[in-house]
Design a binder for this molecule. Structure first.
Ligand code: GUN
Length: 293
């Protein structure tokens, strides 16, 4: 069994990005600037935004965080988005999810200028991805594709089973894995809450991507010997073994599944780190106007 070292791959990509940023600065071009809008005090969101900020610093990007209370009105949040849309010093930005219930996520996402939508959540970017046109790819699927490619994991002709059909992971990764290119070309099955005989399907998976949002959902009886396992889940559980009193676990029962598979991405140290790096890559593309003029 091989561990897919998300930390190592993310570090390699960050070094490559930092080299590009250095070249920009040497040519008197300002470094890429990623901004984040953070609404409320959700601890997980605060952690995500802080680690995005840290990663920006590591590669030489400028970063800024716009914090608003959970009581902000939808109208004011839309104004904040518009402010960032118009700021020429900001190449790309994200609105950290989840948002408070009184705010329409769809409205907020649709108000983001697609040219600055480095999360790839805007319907224009989602549609362009579906049509195989240049677009910002959603960060987690983009990160997973690069993980497989950089580990030289064969995908062509393989049966890839995706668990979960979310807009940000399950649905886009199923499209990317079925694409006609050397690092995809898989036959994809997308499973969800209404799928029947789930185990019968997962047992056929050469590549199993778990993005179902349920801790330790994938158990070893669901996995074929020698399969490649990508764990997208991140769940904070209480632990007596750590100083913080918490530890992170994924959607996969790592302890038992790892005994059966050929490759597995761990949690932490797997997909999560790739997601952040993919966001940086999208921001570099935004700064260079690679997707849109
Ligand atoms: N919340 C959890 N994942 C994400 C993400 O990829 N982007 C944003 N904006 N919010 C999130």
């Amino acid at each position: 069994m091989n561990i897919i070292d998300g930390k190592l791959i993310a570090e390699q990509i960050k070094t490559e990005i930092a080299t590009e940023v250095r070249k920009m600065i040497d040519s008197d071009i300002r470094p890429p600037h990623l901004a984040a809008i953070l609404v409320g005090e959700d601890p997980a969101s605060q952690t995500y935004v802080a680690s995005k900020e840290r990663s920006c610093k590591e590669v030489g990007f400028t970063s800024s965080i716009y914090r608003y209370p959970a009581t902000i009105s939808e109208k004011d949040l839309l104004l904040a988005v518009d402010f960032l849309n118009k700021d020429e010093e900001i190449d790309g930005f994200i609105v950290q999810m989840p948002l408070p219930n009184h705010i329409s996520v769809e409205k907020v996402i649709e108000s983001i200028d697609p040219k600055k939508d480095v999360d790839g959540f805007h319907p224009i970017n989602a549609g362009r991805m579906l049509a195989n046109l240049p677009s910002y790819l959603p960060a987690t699927p983009y990160g997973i594709m690069q993980m497989l490619e950089r580990c030289n994991i064969e995908t062509e002709g393989k049966h890839c089973v995706v668990l979960g059909r979310s807009n940000i992971v399950g649905t886009p990764i199923s499209i990317l894995m079925s694409r006609n290119n050397k690092h995809a070309n898989s036959t994809v099955t997308l499973c969800h809450s209404k799928t029947k005989d789930l185990e019968k399907i997962t047992l056929q998976a050469d590549i199993l991507i778990a993005a179902i949002g349920k801790p330790l959902f994938v158990t070893s009886n669901m996995v074929k010997e020698g399969a490649v396992i990508i764990d997208v889940g991140i769940h904070r559980v209480i632990s007596s073994e750590t100083k913080s009193g918490f530890r992170l676990i994924g959607d996969v029962d790592f302890l038992n599944v790892s005994k059966k598979c050929s490759y597995i991405s761990p949690v932490p140290g797997g997909v999560g780190l790739m997601t952040i790096v993919a966001l940086l890559q999208n921001t570099l593309k935004a700064a260079r106007k690679e997707i849109y003029q």
